[in-house]
Ligand binder design. Structure first.
Ligand code: ADP
Ligand code: MG
Length: 932
């Protein structure tokens, strides 16, 4: 049997369903008492109330005006009737208990706020408790089991007794009860009469008619954290009261808490149930007076247990199966007043009691708080149910499943304001706690409608029996009549006389015959009945199997549903995953883009570097070529220099030789003069006239402008080099076009041809000057007024084009690659563009500037005034420390460099031998040195 277990025998702790409902919190505002004046509560809507701080309190708090609002599932104003309250609050709980679900309803509030009024009520104004009982009996009334069919075991469970035991128990009870009970006689206590008027009666729908029901009630009081059974049958000794024994809590196999050994009274009607309740109330009152306790400090718990079990397949009796018994319960709790200790004005042991009362309410508060935190924050804190009996008893309502409702009662009077505020806060918080919703559990696998069918069958049978019995009473013939007629007719039974021994034996025989027939008919009837019964049973079992099949299909459907749900979940999961992957792809795409960009930029850089390398290579090649050129240049130059020196030496030697010759000749002449007196020396007359006698003794074979002794001094390299450079620099045509004077002189002087030609070349442009006297050097500037400066731009052919962006701009310049007299005569400025390799390997361009002067002799002279150094730099190698190419470590010019410049410009410096070349360029060669 699939439903072999009672619904209460659940898997432990957590309910199987995930549906949860919040604790239903309702607020009831009682009317203001006659003696109270100030009202501090206002019902704003049917879900909200507003609290106003009373005047006195406002004054205490610096006139601060405070209004607070609290919302609940529903708010009941002062005009709410008990019936209306029941309709909203308790009715659903009663419906639940009938449908095998547990419920808990408690009233909470300050003493005097109407908790007891709400829960119990008064005659004519029955509270939730009598109304709940009434509704239960109205609903299950016709389906109640006979007394003692259900019997509580001592473990919070319920057993089903067999009919004999139940009957015996009933007889025992009847014999014990002194007052004979008749259903019509009602012994109603005036104290609880008219709790509910008959027109207010309500009834639950959907009561299972194929079950049998029984109601049990218990009534306990929790005072000072002790549990007392208010229904315990103990003789109360009015003289020497025995303190009641407290009970303990136990947990049953379904994890429900119960009061061990608590009396459970089976009740069959509202009246009976209420009578029991009233009995408990009375006992409570007596105990309170005897023990000097205050009832407002105790919690009273009235438990209504409803046992239900299915009828057997015949619908006759309750199924004798403990597992099929279902017990649900509704706890109605009237909590102690929630006021603080100070307000109770308790002293001594009373104070301790009050403290305990508050303690248990405090525990309730803490439990609710922890529960709420656990549920809202997903924490798993331990809920301290065990700290007080009240919370411990209702542990499974919060941990397991069930419906929990609370009616918060408030008295709007000003005195209660502060405590009411606390009550409101607790109530609002309680609303946030959720309790697992109880699930529906069908009870039995038997065909539905068994009770009705049974009833109908019984009715039909009696009807038929009645029909049969009709003719016996001399009424119209029926089936029974016909049956009787089918018996052999009775012989006449009149006895003719005392000796009539025929009539009686005949009658006896006839009757015996009839009896036999009757017996046979009964047998037949029984047979048929049995057959019918078996057929019916077969039908029943068929029906059952069909139902089972349906159940099975339902189960399959559920499985399919589950599968569908699983697949849906899977789809959800996959969708999420795909979204995640898309996101990842996006990121990867972006990363790829970044890398590609990087790659492009790196490629670009590589290209530019390659280009630069190429450029540098070509530069290097160019430089190499230039260096080669320079090397060959200087080689050539030195060769020429050597030749020139050799020649100069030769010339000198020849001069010396000539001088000696001359002296010899003069000596010879002197010697011969003695012999021939008018003999003249072989000298040109011009020279003889002009040169003094002393000097004529050693006339220079070379016509020198400056007969300065050291002009021809051997080793005067710079001058010699100047000459040689000039020789190289002067165009051939010019040299050739001015040959006559030296030729003439050579011829006159009888010099070797080669030498005289050289000299002739040397001095080709020389304007004849005075062979004697100081060198001509009156430098006078040209007039600039004629029209700005004119430049001779001397760029030797050996210069390389550097493609420099910044180039000297010389408008109207005469560009020459070797200086010429003609060019110089037209200009007043001179610039030589000289290139050399600096120490860092770069080509350095120097613009050596000078001013052109006319010499007295009619030649041109240049006086250097400035040197501009232009230099190209490789930006990459810029960090390299540059070393001056011009100066050595001591700041002195390097000879090699200067030799080069010197030799280059010497041509330009002096167009005529004999000008003050040396000091001129020495002076202007170092413009930097002049700077301070
Ligand atoms: P509690 O049980 O909270 O201490 P009670 O239920 O004993 O308070 O109520 C105190 C008094 O107030 C009682 O006399 C009761 O009749 C009256 N009372 C409480 N609530 C109402 C109400 N809603 N309507 C009329 N009277 C009420
Ligand atoms: Mg009360």
């Amino acid at each position: 049997n699939r439903k072999g277990k009672t619904p209460r025998r659940l898997p432990p702790k957590k309910a199987s369903n995930s549906q949860k409902d919040p604790v239903g919190v309702y607020c009831r505002v009682r009317p203001l008492g006659a003696e109270d004046e100030e009202c501090c509560i206002e019902v704003i809507s049917n879900t909200t109330i507003q609290l106003h701080a009373p005047d006195g309190l406002k004054a205490n708090r610096n006139g601060e005006f405070k209004e607070t609002q609290y919302s609940f599932k529903k708010v009941f104003g002062i005009k709410t009737t008990q019936g209306e309250l029941f309709e909203d609050v308790a009715k659903p709980l009663v419906e639940d208990i009938i449908h095998c679900k547990n419920g808990l309803l408690f009233t909470y509030g300050v003493t005097g706020s109407g908790k007891t009024h709400t829960m119990t009520g008064s005659p004519g104004q029955g509270g939730l408790l009598p109304r709940s009982l009434d509704m239960i009996f109205n609903s299950i009334g016709p389906y109640q089991a006979k007394r003692y069919v259900f019997k509580p075991d001592d473990k919070n469970g319920m057993e089903v007794q067999n009919q004999v035991d139940a009957l015996l128990d009933r007889q025992k009870r009847d014999s014990q009860t002194t007052v004979p009970k008749t259903p019509t006689t009602r012994r109603i206590d005036p104290e609880f009469a008219d709790m509910i008027s008959p027109e207010e009666a309500c009834k639950a729908d959907g009561v299972d008619e194929d079950s049998s029901y029984s109601v049990f009630v218990s009534y306990i009081e929790i005072y000072n954290n002790y549990i007392y059974d208010l229904l315990e049958e103990t003789p109360i000794d009015p003289i020497k009261p025995k303190p009641p024994q407290s009970k303990i809590l136990r947990e049953d196999q379904n994890h429900n808490m119960y009061v061990a050994g608590c009396t459970e009274v089976e009740v069959k009607s509202t009246e009976e149930a209420f009578e029991v309740f009233w009995r408990g109330q009375k006992k409570r009152r007596i105990a309170n007076t005897q023990l000097n306790r205050e009832s407002s400090r105790s919690h009273s718990v009235f438990i209504i247990k409803l046992a239900q079990a299915p009828l057997d397949a015949d619908g006759d009796n309750v199924l004798q199966d403990k597992n099929q018994v279902n017990v649900s319960q509704l706890c109605l709790v009237d909590l102690a007043g929630s006021e603080r200790t100070s307000r109770t004005r308790a002293e001594g042991s009373r104070l301790r009691e009050a403290g305990n009362i508050n303690q248990s309410l405090m525990t309730l508060r803490t439990c609710i708080e922890v529960l709420r935190e656990n549920q809202m924050c997903g924490t798993n804190k331990m809920v301290p149910y065990r700290d007080s009996k009240v919370t411990h008893l209702f542990k499974n309502y919060f941990d397991g499943e069930g419906k929990v409702r609370m009616v918060v009662c408030v008295n709007p009077k000003a005195d209660d304001y502060e405590e009411t505020l606390l009550v409101m806060r607790f109530a609002e918080m309680t609303q946030e706690v959720e309790v697992a919703r109880p699930v529906d559990r069908p009870i039995c696998g038997f065909a539905a409608g068994r009770r009705q069918r049974n009833q109908a069958f019984k009715e039909e049978l009696t009807r038929r029996l009645e029909e049969r019995g009709g003719p016996l009473d001399g009424e119209s013939p029926t089936v029974l009549n016909q049956l009787l007629q089918s018996f052999p007719p009775l012989p006449p039974c009149e006895i003719s006389g005392p000796n009539d021994d025929v009539t009686l034996p005949r009658l006896i025989e006839a009757l015996e015959k009839r009896h036999k027939i009757r017996q046979m008919m009964i047998e037949e009837y029984n047979k048929t009945a049995n057959m019918l019964k078996s057929v019916l049973q077969e039908q029943d079992s068929n029906l059952l199997s069909k139902e089972n099949f349906i159940q099975e299909q339902r189960g399959k459907l559920g499985e399919k549903d589950k599968m569908l749900q699983n697949q849906k979940n899977e789809i959800d999961r996959l969708e999420k995953k795909s979204k995640m992957l898309e996101y990842k792809i996006d990121i990867l795409q972006k990363t790829t883009n970044i890398y590609e960009e990087d790659k492009r930029s790196l490629q670009h850089e590589l290209e530019s570097r390659e280009q630069r390398l190429q450029r540098e290579m070509s530069e290097k090649r160019r430089m190499e070529a230039r260096m080669q050129g320079i090397v060959t240049d200087s080689k050539l130059k030195w060769e020429k220099e050597c030749e020139r020196r050799v020649n100069a030496k030769q010339l000198e030697m020849q001069n010396k030789l000539w001088v000696k010759d001359e002296k010899l000749k003069q000596l010879k002449a002197i010697v011969t003069e003695g012999k021939t007196e008018n003999r003249q020396p072989q000298r040109p007359s011009r020279e003889k006239d002009k040169v003094p006698a002393k000097r004529s003794a050693s006339p220079s074979p070379v016509p020198t402008v400056r007969p300065d002794p050291h002009f021809l001094r051997p080793g005067s390299v710079s001058v010699a080099s100047c000459i040689s450079e000039w020789e190289q620099g002067v165009p051939q045509s010019r040299r050739q076009g001015s040959q006559s004077p030296p030729d003439r002189r050579k011829r006159a002087q009888g010099l070797p041809d080669s030498l005289s030609r050289r000299r002739g070349r040397c001095w080709a442009k020389e304007v004849p000057v005075q062979p004697t006297g100081p060198p001509v050097r009156p430098l006078h500037r040209r007039s600039h007024s004629a029209g700005g400066e004119r430049w001779v731009d001397h760029k030797p052919n050996t210069n390389v084009d550097l493609d420099t962006v910044l180039q000297p701009n010389l408008p109207n310049a005469i560009k020459v690659n070797a200086p010429s007299e003609k060019a110089l005569s037209k200009c007043d400025k001179y610039v030589l563009t000289h290139q050399e390799v600096a120490s860092d390997g770069e080509i350095q361009t120097k613009l050596i500037k000078g001013e052109v002067f006319k010499t007295r002799g009619g030649g041109q002279a240049v006086q250097f005034t400035d040197i501009e150094t232009l230099k190209q730099e490789n930006p990459v190698a810029a960090s390299r420390k540059r070393r001056s190419s011009e100066t050595g470590p001591d700041g002195e010019p390097k000879e090699g460099d200067w030799t080069d410049v010197e030799t280059r410009c010497s041509v330009a410096v002096e167009m005529r031998a004999g000008s003050n070349l040396g000091p001129g360029y020495q002076h202007h060669g170092y413009p930097k040195r002049r700077k301070p």
